[in-house]
Design a protein around this ligand. Structure first.
Ligand code: KMH
Ligand code: ZN
Length: 276
């Protein structure tokens, strides 16, 4: 078994800065977070950005600035969210690729998302995937429910392998409306991943109170880890998360206990087919 890819998802699009003061939203906060998380053992950063009022945005200029800032201060693999916020239109989500990230997320279907709907029509998914192939941007296929792995199989069968030739999925578990964040659901996904191309890798993240069970189940089944304040705001009962670094440090500790220490950015690039 290889070491562990640790992805940090520091911000997301769902939490308000006013509710969660520790959430990194400015370029400075993001770059400090990126540097410190890399030093602890993260190798990928999954980025959502905010505007001057800390609201989620897909502004192309700001996205380019954020990519440049993370690249200038770290060697992290920059993965932009193409999911954005549930209110973002498809054209703005496609335009995220213009910022030239190493990777981008690519969600495999529509899912209820709390009280909202995270819309990912088949035609949109195909368009996003094709544009990533053309631009050599490596996708991370986001899976919110078991059937979305079958959708991924269909996508790869009809439209070919992603840029880099390697398939990597991220199981986002415990979203109200998606699959539960349980070891049983994770094992069902691992079984379905066997039907994907040989060598397919996966990471997993559990939202909220499913954070720790999903992390442990992923490590136990050969998976990798995504952690961060996009997904987790409570560190332990009654203890709000203090920083993304606190979550990365815990993930590193769990990975080391599992004798699968964090992979460097170079090792993660080699594993996922992301150009060095
Ligand atoms: N904010 C969610 C609606 C992604 O980054 O691609 C979508 C999301 C997935 O976070
Ligand atoms: Zn995201």
């Amino acid at each position: 078994m290889t070491g562990t890819v640790i992805t940090v998802a520091p911000t997301g699009a769902e939490s308000r800065k006013s509710d969660v003061p520790a959430l990194p939203v400015t370029l400075d906060e993001l770059t400090v977070t990126a540097k410190e998380c890399e030093a602890l053992g993260a190798s990928i950063i999954h980025l959502h950005i905010r505007d001057d009022d800390a609201r989620p945005t897909l502004d192309p200029g700001r996205l380019r600035e954020a990519v440049a800032a993370v690249r200038s201060g770290t060697s992290l693999i920059v993965q932009l969210s193409s999911g954005g916020a549930v209110t973002d239109p498809e054209d703005a989500r496609l335009a995220v690729l213009d910022a030239g990230p190493d990777m981008a997320s690519c969600t495999m279907g529509t899912v209820n998302f709390g009280d909202d709907v995270f819309l990912n029509r088949w035609a949109f998914v195909v368009d996003l995937h094709t544009r990533m192939q053309e631009r050599n941007i490596v996708p991370e296929y986001e899976i919110f429910d078991l059937g979305q792995l079958t959708t991924l199989q269909r996508l790869l069968g009809k439209h070919g392998l992603p840029a880099g030739g390697h398939v990597h999925v991220d199981l986002v578990m415990g979203v109200p409306g998606g699959m539960p964040g349980t070891a049983q659901a994770l094992v069902a996904c691992v079984d379905a991943i066997r039907d994907l191309p040989e060598g397919t890798t996966f990471s997993a993240t559990g939202i909220g109170r499913s954070t720790i069970p999903v992390m442990l189940a992923s490590l136990a089944t050969g998976g990798h880890l995504r952690v961060g304040m996009e997904d987790t705001l409570t560190y332990a009962k009654g203890r709000p998360v203090e920083s993304n670094m606190q979550l990365v440090a815990r993930a590193v500790g769990f990975a080391q206990l599992a004798q699968r220490p964090p992979l460097t950015t170079g090792e993660t690039r080699a594993l996922l087919g992301v150009p060095q």
